[in-house]
Design a binder for this molecule. Structure first.
Ligand SMILES: *[C@@H]1O[C@H](CO)[C@@H](O)[C@H](O)[C@H]1NC(C)=O
Ligand SMILES: *[C@@H]1O[C@H](CO)[C@@H](O)[C@H](O)[C@H]1NC(C)=O
Length: 372
């Protein structure tokens, strides 16, 4: 009597495991970069680059400041949302343990750049080499519960987003007149140097197992309210920063192409963030904004001076402002950017949009499942 019951239970276990295995796993998501994609790592650091007090987060589901440099959701949040998944936690969050680790992690840190000397004025931030080291550490932690082979599969199949570079201009080369870097390099040579360092970072990401990497270029750096306030008497985009973005972005596309050719397949996907942002910056009304020059939260001309704090001017309706604070787009603007990442044409996404990238990952996963 005991034997058939035991085998029935064993049969059930096999059935249940079989069902679990054939279910598509949640896709992991890893994020690297600066304040445009930081979801709260800097909250855990002694740094001045933080967004952990009101009115940041005023439109976030909890209505609380989380460390995101947005009134609500940021770009990684909206990408997760469109994949039908929870937002990934900051790597430094104590809640990122156990099963949640398998959803991925966000390593981004506000203030950082491609170069190690970018953002040093913020004191304690997670520079790019450290973000990559944490990615390695993350994989060791996950290995302990699911093994090295499964961990590698999880990382290879994951989506990766890296957003970095703007600060190498805003918070380094152009931070002060006669900055060390601007005395050392012409803008032209500086961009070449920054790009060559970026190529090393992308190579390292590949070595660490990243296989589906969205690489965003910079937005129109001269058009943000902070630069209008400091450098634009007539409200037109500041020319020097625009020159920097226009040198940087095409060279970024070049190194992405070079790396893909070296590897022999498309691992890196260049995101034309400049184009996505300039759409609503040059034509705000068409996108439902009343202005793309004045930040919702801030003070001084264009609300572009200093930081967004509880004492700043604050607009009543964040949805009609392209910029939330002097540097960062509103959630509404972020949604437009993610829509283009997901389904934009080749003017917006080189080598295919996220919908096509995800379909490719899924077909590879299905092929592997079929074989095993
Ligand atoms: C940046 O720092 C890392 C270690 O923290 C170092 O390995 C790397 O060489 C540095 N990069 C440059 C360009 O100095
Ligand atoms: C981008 O994605 C959409 C699906 O959302 C697809 O129909 C379209 O053809 C893609 N565009 C390009 C240029 O790949």
């Amino acid at each position: 009597m005991d034997f058939p019951l035991a085998s029935m239970i064993a049969g059930l276990v096999v059935l249940v495991l079989g069902t679990l295995a054939s279910q598509p796993e949640a896709r992991a998501f890893f994020v690297f970069g600066d304040s445009l994609v930081d979801s709260g790592n800097n909250n855990y650091l002694l740094t001045s680059a933080r967004a952990d007090s009101p009115p940041y987060g005023i439109d976030y589901p909890t209505r609380r400041a989380t460390g995101r440099f947005s009134n609500g959701l940021n770009i990684p949040d909206i990408i997760s949302e469109s994949m039908g998944e929870e937002s990934v936690l900051p790597y430094l969050s104590p809640e990122l343990t156990g099963d949640r680790l398998r959803n991925g992690a966000n390593f981004a840190s506000a203030g950082i750049g491609i170069l190690n000397d970018t953002g040093i004025q913020f004191v304690n931030i997670i520079m790019m080499p450290k973000q990559l080291e944490y990615f390695h550490q993350y994989q060791q932690r996950v290995s302990q519960s699911i093994g090295a082979a499964e961990t590698q599969r999880l990382v290879n199949q994951a989506l990766v987003l890296i957003t970095v570079g703007g600060n190498d201009f805003v918070n380094n080369y152009y931070l002060v007149p006669y900055s060390a870097r601007s005395r050392q390099y012409s803008l032209h040579d500086y961009v070449r140097y920054v790009i060559s360092e970026y190529k090393k970072i992308l190579r390292r990401l590949y070595e660490l197992g990243a296989r589906n990497v969205l690489v965003t270029g910079t937005g129109p750096l001269g058009c943000v309210p902070a630069e209008l306030a400091q450098r634009s008497p007539d409200g037109s985009c500041a020319a020097e920063l625009q020159r920097a973005a226009n040198l940087f972005n095409p060279q970024l596309v070049q190194i992405v192409n070079q790396l893909n050719t070296e590897i022999g397949t498309n691992v890196f996907f260049a995101v034309n963030a400049y184009r996505m942002n300039i759409d609503f910056i040059s034509n705000p009304q068409q996108y439902g904004f009343i202005t793309s020059k004045i930040a919702c939260c801030g003070q001084g001309p264009y609300n572009g001076i200093g930081l967004c704090t509880a004492l700043s001017n604050l607009c009543p309706n964040r949805d009609i402002y392209a910029f939330w604070d002097p540097f960062h787009p509103s959630e509404r603007a972020n949604r437009y950017v993610v829509r283009q990442i997901l389904s934009g044409t080749s003017d917006y996404m080189h080598h295919g949009n996220l919908s096509t990238i995800l379909a490719t990952i899924d077909s590879r996963i299905a092929a592997v499942d079929y074989k095993t």
